[in-house]
Design a protein around this ligand. Structure first.
Ligand SMILES: [Zn+2]
Ligand SMILES: [Zn+2]
Length: 92
């Protein structure tokens, strides 16, 4: 199988789908990629299997909430409201 050029459906850039990649894709029963590696890695950055929410208990008011990042152990975490409050206080 020769290398093929594919036009990215997202950014319209041409990219090479190499023989090696084709082999890998066919072995996994996958369709040829439609996006260039750059667009794909942008997409991969948003891993759907990664938990997007972490349960926290607010250090300030004791309310349960979830945050989009993994809270650091030993660091105080605040619920959305308290976080907003401290942020607006800092800005003022
Ligand atoms: Zn692209
Ligand atoms: Zn709170």
């Amino acid at each position: 199988m020769p290398d093929v050029d594919i036009i990215c459906i997202q950014c319209k850039a041409e990219f090479l789908f190499t023989e090696k990649q084709q082999e890998m894709f066919y072995q996994r029963n996958m369709m040829a990629p439609q996006r260039c590696p750059q667009c794909r890695s942008k997409k991969a950055a948003k891993r759907p299997d990664a938990p997007s929410k972490y349960e926290i208990v607010c250090d300030h008011c004791g309310k349960r909430d979830s945050v989009p990042f993994q809270p650091k152990v030993g660091r105080s975490v605040l619920c959305k409201e308290c976080h907003e409050a401290t942020r607006s206080r800092a800005r003022a």
